[in-house]
Design a protein around this ligand. Structure first.
Ligand code: S3P
Length: 188
């Protein structure tokens, strides 16, 4: 697999898309983008506020417009929201010039990583674990279908996930190239 124009990370809340995305972008020499954060910046309000005022439908409209816009930007690693795969019209925007990576994560890890979070409106209820289970049963097949690479993240550090991803995509990253130059080798 040659180095793609874009890498798009999909997966559930708590999969580590932002942390891993930021590190992966650095490794590839690409720009890191987080669609939820850009929606918040543009809107001047956070996601709970958008859900409150415009409902989930309002948020999903903004998300589709954002994914379309970001699909045109090369040399980027994009972290998407967990629900980005739900609307069929989003899927071509996710796939455009991209290697799509599904960061697959157990429900236990999702629960653990989102436990103290107040910025995810879908989990602000009595039984967030039940919500995560339900979302997983609906979305897991969609993530899998869309993904070029499925990477398990449980019991792995973000650094290890990034290393494994880089190896799967293309070993010739800028850092790798520097290493090769230093070692005076032409081929790796
Ligand atoms: C959502 C996930 C969130 C955010 C919004 C809805 C979802 O993003 O887009 O709260 O539907 O799963 P993260 O996956 O980054 O938490």
């Amino acid at each position: 697999m040659s180095l793609p124009k874009r890498v798009v990370l999909v997966g559930p809340m708590g999969a580590g898309k932002s942390t891993i995305g930021r590190m992966l972008a650095k490794e590839l020499g690409y720009r890191f983008l987080d669609s939820d954060r850009i929606i918040e910046e543009r809107c001047g309000a956070n996601i709970p506020w958008i859900f409150d005022v415009e409902g989930e439908d309002g948020f999903r409209l903004r998300e589709t417009a954002m994914l379309e816009e970001l699909s045109l930007l090369p040399d980027t690693v994009l972290a998407t929201g967990g629900g980005a795969v739900m609307r069929p019209e989003n899927r071509p925007f996710l796939k455009q010039d991209a290697v799509v990576v599904y960061l697959k994560t157990s429900i236990e890890q999702q629960v653990e990583r989102t436990r103290k979070d107040r910025n995810r409106p879908l989990l602000q209820n009595d039984d967030p674990e039940a919500v995560l289970r339900k979302l997983f049963s609906i979305r897991d097949p969609l993530y899998s279908q869309l993904a070029d690479i499925t990477m398990y993240t449980d019991r792995k550090s973000p650094r290890l996930v990034v290393r494994q991803l880089v190896n799967r995509m293309n070993p010739r990253t800028p850092r790798h190239k520097r290493q090769v130059r230093k070692e005076g080798r032409n081929h790796v």
